[in-house]
Design a protein around this ligand. Structure first.
Ligand code: GAL
Length: 635
């Protein structure tokens, strides 16, 4: 396969007379793709039912004639102002019951039937008009579902939808009362139309109620997206993608992904380091111009799973962004490194956001490949370098990884609903395990909870999976791999109740969590031999072999057969110890990484990346800061 580059372009932002020159310069820079249209609704339909297609026809033909392939976005993330006049109640409503306002973007509630009908209407018009246009080589639905905290809405439309969703799930209100445990605090209902959304309750709502609401909210995103894909497919054979975000977990991306040919995501390494990587300030200082060494790779692996192998970076940070607390310039070379890292993880394409920096409105401080005056910005040189390297190098040969890490969106919601200790997050727990694997130089495949364990996996990690059905426990037990389970794995039923027999209730393992506690973050419990348990700890009853113990000999991690149960949140050192124990037993060779260096293996190569601020020695040679090395594996 030919790996390709692209950019995000807004012809409606620029005078008509620069389009040809822009397109020519994109091609000259080695770009293949240009994504357009995703925010253009007010210029396609300036007034209800009055259309101006001329400029878009023209833009697509200019770009197509220049030899570019167009990704056409549906404009549904930015309903125009007149839409609010038509549907005043279409705005999403926040937890405090306040409607969110017009004046930026994503100001819609996924449950609003009237807005859904408007989306179906505009998508149909776009698909009919451009579905057979040879320049349109892919589609993008909407833009970043869930970004700006927009999945969950407490609107009247959501309330209506939720009641119907509950009725379909439970059939009778008696079954719902039983499933939720509504006898507690006299919360029994007599009719579905009495059930409200779980906000503005006096104290915490029933966790079963909250969990079903989260499932409902996620399903609304799935059906909203499906509405669009079904229409597009009636008129076009081009693949359909969506651009997901970093660390947005409010909907089940695997389920949305089932309706798309390609998963893509928007990678902003420096922005994420500052605003969502969960890093402390020393780490932020060390990586301020490079980004976190694991955050991008984690999402590459996650979205490869969401796309069932087919995935892109739809937006790649090209310079400083505008939206994080601090927005430094990247170290020279990082744009190239980020791009190559995506390819090493299997990306088909990487597109830079955006072509030219906008001299107006919200994102003036966001770099592009060009400056606002159209001169080259620094990133375009790095994009050209990658384009040249791509044209000269062998293609990347994907390979199954020796390690599988299970990621479950429902587990994230369960931890959010019942964290047990302030700040405890499933996402952080999984990322902590991923980091430990990467510090050991291991390549990882992320696996959805309902999927088969990949045949290549000799180690499987399943931390924090609050609900594990019997089938998943069985799949893990018969995978033949070394398996790490816990903490909190299997701790809740589907309805957020404590199962009896007590968790984790694993076939082939004699271990029971008898009591749990959360810990102040400044009161970790040291382990004998190094590392500690921090934030959350379980007391376990077991006959299994102890692998990690507190200093007084209390077991923390235990092993029976091929399975390890970990009864607590291990810090980095504890997880490093666990990973190296598991890898040794699984016969998976580890390569401890120098600070800031990361490794990704394909079938034929080892890719080395240096996120550190200093040169590093790695087995493939000297790696300067922002350096990338491709090492052919011995056969
Ligand atoms: C993304 C978004 C783009 C742009 C970009 C700025 O989240 O999809 O439209 O806003 O961020 O970094």
């Amino acid at each position: 396969m030919k790996r390709t580059l692209g950019t995000c372009y807004y012809p409606e932002h620029w005078p008509r007379d620069v389009w040809e020159e822009d397109a020519r310069r994109m091609v000259e820079a080695g770009l293949t793709w240009v994504r357009i249209g995703e925010f253009a609704w007010s210029r396609i339909e300036p007034e209800p039912e009055r259309f101006d297609w001329g400029w878009l026809d023209d833009a697509i033909s200019v770009l197509g004639e220049a030899g570019l392939k167009v990704v056409l976005g549906t404009p549904t993330a930015t309903p125009p102002r007149w839409m609010i006049d038509r549907h005043p109640d279409m705005l999403a409503v926040d937890r405090d019951g306040r409607p969110r306002k017009f004046g930026s973007r994503r100001h819609y509630c996924f449950s609003h039937e009237g807005y859904r009908a408007e989306c179906a209407r505009i998508v149909k018009l776009l698909a009919e008009r451009y579905g057979a246009n040879p320049a349109i080589a892919a589609w993008q639905t909407d833009n970043e579902y869930g970004c700006h905290d927009t999945t969950i809405s407490y609107s009247d439309a959501a309330r209506r939808g939720f009641r119907g969703w509950l009725e379909a799930r439970y059939g009778t209100v008696a079954a719902l009362n039983e499933a939720w445990g509504n006898v507690f605090w006299s919360m029994d209902y007599q009719r579905f139309d009495q059930i409200d959304l779980p906000n503005l309750t006096v104290t915490e709502a029933n966790p079963a109620h909250s969990m079903d609401f989260r499932r409902f909210a996620s399903d609304q995103v799935v059906s909203f997206n499906r509405l669009q894909t079904e229409i597009i497919r009636r008129h076009s054979d081009a693949p359909v993608a969506h651009n997901y975000m970093g660390r947005v977990t409010d909907f089940d991306h695997f389920k949305v992904g089932d309706d798309l040919e390609i998963a893509s995501w928007d990678s902003y390494p420096l922005g994420f380091l500052e605003d969502r990587g969960g890093a402390d300030s020393a780490h932020q200082r060390a990586y301020m111009r490079q980004g976190d060494p694991d955050f991008q790779a984690f999402h590459h692996d996650l979205y490869r799973a969401v796309g069932r192998g087919r995935w892109w970076v739809m937006e790649q940070q090209p310079g400083p962004v505008n939206w994080a607390p601090y927005n430094p310039n990247p170290l020279p070379g990082m744009v190239r490194l980020w791009t190559w890292e995506a390819f090493a993880h299997g990306a088909e394409a990487v597109c830079y956001f955006r072509w030219r920096q906008a001299p107006f409105a919200q994102e003036q401080m966001h770099a592009g490949l060009l400056r606002p005056d159209s001169a080259d910005a620094p990133a375009i040189e790095e994009a050209r370098a990658v384009a040249k390297e791509l044209s000269e190098a062998e293609d990347i040969a994907p390979a199954g990884a020796p390690v599988a890490l299970i990621f479950d969106y429902e587990a994230e919601w369960a931890w959010e609903i019942q964290p047990h200790g302030a700040g405890l997050s499933y996402f952080d727990l999984v990322l902590a395990h991923y980091r430990a694997l990467r510090r050991a130089g291991l390549s990882v495949d992320i696996v959805p909870p309902a999927a088969e364990i990949p045949a290549s996996a000799r180690m499987v990690l399943a931390p924090g999976l609050m609900h594990m059905d019997a089938a998943l426990k069985e799949r893990l037990a018969r995978s033949g791999a070394r398996v790490l389970i816990g903490p909190r794995s299997g701790a809740r039923t589907l309805n957020m109740a404590t199962p009896v027999p007590l968790p984790p209730d694993l076939p082939e393992m004699d271990v029971l969590v008898s009591r749990v506690e959360s810990l102040r973050p400044d009161m970790p419990m040291p382990l004998a031999g190094g590392g500690c348990v921090t934030g959350y700890r379980e007391e376990i009853e077991t006959a299994a072999v102890s692998l990690l113990e507190l200093e007084d000999g209390t077991p923390v991690a235990v092993r029976q057969g091929r399975t390890i149960y970990m009864g607590g949140w291990g810090d980095a050192k504890a997880l490093d110890r666990l990973v190296s124990l598991m890898a040794a037993e699984a016969g998976v060779p580890v390569t401890p990484m120098p600070e800031g260096v990361r490794l990704r293996e394909t079938a034929t190569e080892r890719f080395w990346f240096n996120y550190g601020a200093n040169s590093a020695e790695c087995p493939a040679g000297e790696l300067p800061p922002a350096g990338v090395l491709r090492e052919i594996k011995a056969t």
